[in-house]
Design a protein around this ligand. Structure first.
Ligand code: PLP
Length: 387
């Protein structure tokens, strides 16, 4: 029997949250998307310091919504997008599903974000109109360099900040560093609404299109003056407008249950991000011989502690034997995932391949104690070899 169990993630939803939800449900409220969702969006936007947030039913839906809204909005020059090889399945998949040509970019060896040198090669060669960044395990990308490159090549930037809620770059929150940014509120993320996600956005027109595409493509949730403009432009009267579809939409709405929980979770966000940052520092101090992420930005609201080990399967087995849960370093390389290989064959990318074969992540969540981290580090030092 292991002396201690250290779980990979802990539920941020407490018994009190569930009790409050049950009490509220007994009052017979409306549970389809409504005023609580709007209130959650306002409070999240204020916390992120962005003009607007659009809540959806998952982080994956947030990525899908951004991709489709950009197409519907008509601001892309072509359907070419740069996607980081070290990302997440549903960072990439929406673009494949929507018929984009997806150009995988290798990661930088320090931060595991997009490598600016590799990005520049792609921008020169392919002239894509869009780049989606992923702040891997919460570490912000090299924004200054990336912005300068994309500016020079006319490439728009959006962010998948699903692993980075609360991380900062030069005083701005991750997810608010570009045209639009996505977040996930799934179990194991910084906050949880059971399932849930959001898009942060400053541009008023893109915000309007995001709201339409979230709900079938209609304008009921679209703010003025866009709603009236669209009605006028299409000669729609107020009654017809109820079933007028201005954009090719989805239904990726959240419910009021998610928003009810989200409003309570937002209160705890500062404490959660501080704990995750502290845990990252404790790991780094306890494991100086192992690689750790570094780069721009801070504080980093660390999602998990990523490192490289020589024999990953053996390390995972030893950690499990000693009560410690771990995982591969997220998706490894998208260029090695079956759904990519089926279409494009294996795409070899040196840093992403190293992540694929040797990357491991260790638990980080707000419920972790310094003793838990000392235990994980002790098992690592005894049984793992740095790579
Ligand atoms: C970078 C990234 N994007 C998107 C997602 C998907 O979020 P969700 O599980 O809410 O769909 C995840 C999930 O962990 C992720 O890590």
């Amino acid at each position: 029997m292991a002396s201690r169990t250290v779980r990979l993630a802990a539920d941020t939803l407490t018994r009190e949250d569930m009790g409050a939800l049950a009490d509220w449900l007994r009052t017979g409220p409306r549970v389809t998307m409504g005023p609580l969702t709007a209130e959650f969006e306002r409070r999240l936007a204020a916390w992120l310091d962005v003009p607007h947030c659009v809540m959806v039913n998952s982080g994956s839906s947030a990525n899908l919504l951004m991709a489709q809204a950009l197409l519907e909005d008509g601001r892309l020059r072509n359907r070419k997008v740069v996607v980081p090889a070290v990302s997440w399945a549903t960072t990439l998949a929406p673009f494949m599903q929507l018929g984009f040509e997806c150009l995988l970019c290798d990661a930088g060896p320090d931060d595991l974000g997009v490598d600016p040198a590799r990005l520049e090669e792609i921008l020169r060669r392919e002239s894509p109109s869009l780049l989606i960044l992923v702040h891997v395990l919460g570490r912000p990308n090299r924004m200054e360099e990336i912005r300068a490159l994309c500016g020079r090549h006319g490439c728009l930037i959006i962010e998948d900040a699903c692993e980075a809620l609360g991380s900062e770059h030069r005083g701005r929150k991750a997810g608010a560093l570009s045209l639009a940014g996505s977040f996930s509120f799934y179990f194991g993320h910084h906050i949880s609404t059971v399932e849930g996600g959001a898009v942060a956005v400053a541009d008023p027109k893109l915000h309007a299109v995001l709201r339409a595409v979230r709900s079938h493509g209609w304008s009921r949730d679209v703010p003025e003056p866009f709603r009236s403009d669209w009605r006028r432009e299409h000669g729609t009267d107020e009654f017809r407008e109820l079933y007028t579809f201005y954009h090719a939409g989805f239904n990726v709405r959240p419910t009021e249950l998610n928003a009810f929980l989200g409003l309570r979770q937002l209160e705890r966000l500062p404490e959660v991000t501080a704990a995750r940052e502290r845990n990252f520092r404790l790991y780094r101090e306890a494991l100086p011989e192992f690689w750790c992420q570094s780069g721009e930005g801070g504080p980093v609201s660390s999602f998990a502690y990523g490192t490289f080990v020589a024999d990953r399967a053996e390390t995972a087995r030893r950690l499990a034997e000693h009560g410690v849960e771990c995982r591969p370093l997220v998706c490894g390389s998208m260029g090695r995932q079956p759904f990519w290989i089926r279409r494009h064959g294996v795409t070899a990318l040196p840093v992403a391949d190293k992540v694929h074969d040797h990357g491991l992540y260790l638990p980080n969540h707000a419920g972790l104690s310094s003793e838990d981290i000392a235990h994980v580090a002790d098992v690592m030092r005894r049984f793992a070899r740095p790579y």
